[in-house]
Ligand binder design. Structure first.
Ligand SMILES: *Cc1c(COP(=O)(O)O)cnc(C)c1O
Length: 373
């Protein structure tokens, strides 16, 4: 009977996550402690100590169902951002919010507009609901909002703008966003995916569109700067009418209580976020300087990872694996010559550059003039 699944589900190619440390250890006969994972843009400092303490506390209440309405966390997020609790929807990771908007708004034959090198989950979710993804060229690996606007048709339901974008690390500024929002038609939901928002030095303001009652969904997450990727907790911010619709699509207890407790405590830990931001900036500058010195092409990044052109991305990925380093090969993002490397602790960053130099010595890397974007 498996063949009776929806045709578009049968055709779906599942998301390929970064390789877990334990799996590589098994495959290569290495100790997990010898392996460095720079593959999924996680926080190398781990969660905030305050979040850890709150989660240990919450473990004692594991036999109770969580607060399904997440009163405390939604209130704290709203207060921090100058919104109302009714504007906040929690997800089992912000990825789940992408599924909510599919449930709520997508019908077979609808269109979803993304950049060509956008986060893979947008098109996966579109396909899950039988919608078609319209990919718009992104010169310089940066979203072209004018071209994305021009790609909108009467069938378009959603436009995804990841800012900064993953896997490219590029961002778009306030002016381009404002111009786009002034022209985007009313039948379209604009999703600003701001998973890396907290890493930005000069973040653009998209919450003003939520306050103005525009058809906008802003997504953020505790997986990146908060170091809670394992807990699966993120959120969407939208005008009340949209948020209310999304609340109806979710399971009653989609955000578990341990994650809620950790997120609530982490939200208040400005020191941990500041430290993470500084470490990220230092590591990013170090990487980009080293890549330039090696005459490797890279895309200047605003986030906690850098996209690097190595020639044969799969071969370099495999060679690094053998040395106990997990990065991300970019073939599935239509960039087979590239790898993406997350910024780790400086010790991890030094190890990555040392291994990269070793591959350079073996003639495994392709050179190119560094592009400025
Ligand atoms: C990591 C990431 C997310 C976050 O996903 P979670 O489900 O919250 O862990 C969302 N969007 C983009 C573009 C990302 O890179």
């Amino acid at each position: 009977m498996w063949k009776t699944a929806h045709e578009h589900v049968l055709k779906l190619i599942a998301y390929e996550p970064g390789k877990p440390v334990e799996e590589l250890a098994r495959e290569m006969g290495l100790q997990p402690s010898d392996i460095i994972k720079l593959a999924s843009n996680e926080n190398p400092l781990g969660p905030s100590p305050k979040a850890l303490a709150a989660m240990r506390d919450a473990l004692d209440r594991s036999h109770f169902y969580p607060d399904g309405g997440a009163w405390a966390l939604r209130s704290a997020i709203a207060e921090k951002l100058g919104l109302a609790r009714e504007n906040v929807v929690l997800g089992n990771g912000s990825n789940e919010i992408i599924e909510f908007i599919g449930h709520a708004f997508l019908r077979p034959g609808d269109e979803v507009v993304t950049a060509r090198h956008a986060f893979a989950v947008y098109s996966l979710m579109a396909q899950l609901f039988g919608a078609k993804t319209v990919e718009v060229p992104d010169p310089g690996y940066t979203h072209d909002l004018d071209a994305m606007l021009a790609a909108i048709t009467p069938r378009t339901r959603q436009v995804f703008v990841a800012n900064p974008n993953n896997p490219t690390g590029t961002m778009i500024g306030q002016e381009a966003i404002d111009r786009f929002m002034a022209a985007v038609p009313e039948h379209v939901l604009v999703i600003f995916d701001e998973a890396y928002f907290e890493f930005l030095d000069h973040p653009p303001d998209t919450l003003k569109f939520v306050r103005e009652g525009r058809n906008v969904l802003v997504m953020r997450t505790f997986s990146k700067i908060q170091g809670l990727a394992n807990l699966r907790i993120g959120y969407g911010l939208a005008r009340r009418e949209i948020a209310d619709v999304l609340q109806k699509t979710r399971q009653p207890f989609n955000a578990n209580g341990i994650a809620q407790a950790g997120a609530l405590a982490g939200l208040e830990d400005d020191e941990h976020m500041r430290h993470t931001r500084e470490l990220t900036r230092e590591g990013r500058e170090y990487f980009q300087n080293e890549f330039a010195a090696l005459d490797l092409e890279y895309v200047p990044s605003a986030a906690n990872f850098v996209l690097l052109r190595v020639g044969d991305g799969d071969a370099v990925f495999q060679a690094l694996l053998k040395r106990g380093l997990i990065v991300r090969a970019m073939r599935s993002y239509k960039m087979p010559e590239w790898i993406r490397v997350s910024i780790g602790t400086m010790e991890q960053n030094h190890r990555f550059i040392a291994e990269l130099r070793a591959l350079e010595g073996q003639g495994l890397l392709a050179h190119a003039a560094t592009v400025g974007v």
